[in-house]
Write a protein that binds this ligand. Structure first.
Ligand SMILES: [Zn+2]
Length: 388
């Protein structure tokens, strides 16, 4: 029975757990020599009986090139793939990389069928050998460091299409911003410049990235200023350059009048989750116009406590109708004239301020309008403090 030729890599890999300190092709060669000796003298006890159907090069002198029935001599092609990867990696200023292998069906089946014949007692999967060997080559050619945990670039050997793909991990930049004008939305909005755009602009230019996403600690209304420093992480996708001077970027952003930033530093995906999960209390400054002259303004103190809010009518199209319980922690007021007041309200995160003023047709209870028995309209509001 002739099962075909098996290369040193694929032979040695079946004994990967037996001899440490060797690469699989070295192991393969050792097993091959053993088999050759066993063939002639039979004094060796290594159990290779399952391999007798395969063709091995018995003597080094008669080495004959064959096509491996398992990998089709894929290992001989690795230097070529490593060259392709190195060429791409050299264009980037990344320091670390990780190698991945996308298997193809034929190879997976060939490996399985080898296992059926040889057993799996000591073997290593071909995928991990490919990973390791390609990794070694790329490391040698580029001087970049393999990093399994937080690689800057993933080199993917796609065996289906026989090509190298590179996936560039995003760069994350943490910072805190203030928005000093009304009318600009926080994040993506068609036809509008956003806080995100203003912050991202110099970063995009420097990193030559493809896109960006802002993850901020809470949102502010387009019409609200944010006078408090709001934490955010900007995710910069597919950057060609990732080592940049954030101090220079900070200065560049702060040259603008509308948005200011501080404390820029590198961040991580993990910090995005933390920032998004954080429930922070805020202080808002509201200016409210009342229909009638206000009497007994001190009554407004009754708003402190739990406010029950059903989803605001203005948002019902996009959000499910839900009842929330949110706390108002404190309220202060300042009279501008008999009909206009300014309030400073400290609330739990997620309380709808517009509705806290208007009552939203009794969907928010209590409300400032209800308590003062005087319909009020929110004219402007700002975030003045964020308790991070
Ligand atoms: Zn092979």
């Amino acid at each position: 029975m002739n099962l075909g030729f098996v290369c040193d890599h694929c032979l040695g890999r079946q004994f990967a757990k037996l001899l440490s300190g060797y690469s699989n092709d070295q192991r393969g060669e050792i097993v091959r020599r053993l088999l050759a000796m066993e063939y002639e003298a039979k004094p060796f006890k290594l159990d290779t009986s399952n391999f007798h159907g395969f063709t091995f090069r018995r003597k080094m002198k008669t080495r004959k090139p064959g096509i491996c029935v398992v990998c089709k001599n894929l290992f001989e092609e690795l230097p070529k793939f490593a060259d392709q990867a190195a060429k791409i990696l050299k264009k980037m200023d990344s320091k670390s990389f990780m190698v991945g292998v996308k298997m193809n069906d034929a190879l997976a089946m060939a490996e399985e069928s080898l296992w059926e014949k040889s057993g799996i007692a000591y073997c290593e999967p071909i995928k991990s050998e490919l990973n390791r060997e390609l990794g070694k080559l790329v490391e040698k050619k580029t001087g970049k460091i393999p990093d399994e945990n937080r690689p800057e670039i993933i080199v993917l050997l796609d065996l289906q299409n026989k090509q190298i793909e590179t996936l560039i991990n995003p760069v994350y930049v943490y910072g805190e911003y203030r928005k000093l004008v009304r009318g600009i939305p926080q994040t993506k909005m068609k036809g509008h410049e956003t806080v995100e755009d203003i912050i991202a602009k110099p970063l995009m230019k420097t990193t030559r990235a493809s896109s960006h996403t802002m993850h901020a600690c809470g949102r502010e209304d387009r019409q609200a200023k944010c006078l408090a420093w709001r934490p955010f992480v900007l995710e910069i996708n597919q950057p060609l350059k990732r080592r940049i001077n954030l101090k220079i970027i900070e200065r560049e952003i702060n040259r603008g009048k509308m948005v200011k930033v501080r404390n820029l530093r590198y961040s991580s995906r993990k910090e995005i989750v933390e920032i998004k999960r954080k429930k922070v209390e805020k202080v808002y400054r509201l200016r409210v116009n009342f229909e009638n002259p206000v009497r007994d303004i001190q009554r407004v103190g009754k708003i402190v406590g739990v406010v029950k809010q059903k989803t605001p009518r203005r948002l019902l199209k996009s959000k499910p109708d839900k009842l929330r319980h949110k706390k108002v922690k404190s309220i202060k007021w300042k009279k501008i004239n008999t009909k206009i007041y300014e309030f400073e309200v400290r609330t739990e995160s997620g309380l709808y301020i517009n509705e806290l003023v208007s009552g939203d047709k009794r969907r928010t209870k209590p409300s400032i309008s209800e308590i003062l028995e005087n319909p009020g309209e929110l004219k402007q509001f700002d975030v003045v403090k964020i308790f991070v």
